[in-house]
Design a protein. Sequence first.
Length: 271
Amino acid sequence: MTGTIDPAACLLRGFAVDFLTAHNAAAAQRIMDPGYRLSIGGHLFDGRDGSYLPATLAQLEQFPGLCVTVHDVIIGEDAMAMRFTEHGVSIRSPGHAAAWGGITLFTTSAGRLRHGWAEEDYFARKRQLKSGVCDQVLPPHQAPWDEPALAPDASTEAAARAFLAVPGSLLERPHVETICAGGPALGQLIVPSALTVNMLFTAGNRAGFHVTCHGSYAGGFADVDAGLTGREVTLPMAGMMTLDPSGDVTRVQVSADRLGLHRHLLDQSRR
């Protein structure tokens, strides 16, 4: 029974609660199309059962008590977005808990999730598991699954695309909130030159997006060879945007793959 909860919200709840928090692979098979694909950190997991599920279930095995706390949602007619924190104790670091944030977006088809885009702050997770000091979890959304599904809005899309047309928009604007706990800020890691929009949808006055930020390494990692400063790099980002009634962007939440960039640069320094 779903009551008055929108079917799209049921899918999102199925992902966050029935699948991830309950560690129930059968729920994923129920809510996801067999051809489900996930784009994350510059990688593509192509296919629900052969690619996506094995990788995700491996993480659930690593964090047997993993929970998902939802902080914000955008629900559209055939797309949705969610800001969340995953938290739990890793069996690889007994007794060490971690809480790491992220944003995920989905498109739907025939009542099931069809394609996902996500970015998570795995760099923060690695820090916490090493130190044994867990970050605090932000307050949850009061009622995420009761949010209504809103129709696409052409003016919201135009404003969102105009905002994203500025390469440094996600790093320099004062109303941008980065999901970036501890370590270098995103603006300390990349000098942006261009943004490629991979996915964008709107729901009323809100928009969800996934972009690739192109630019040069700014030198923010303390353990990366300073000689790599200026090297061309990319940084995938997922975000959620809110506009006021006048059409101005008032809040942007963005998550990026710092750990992937860190590993790429360390690999470059070894060559």
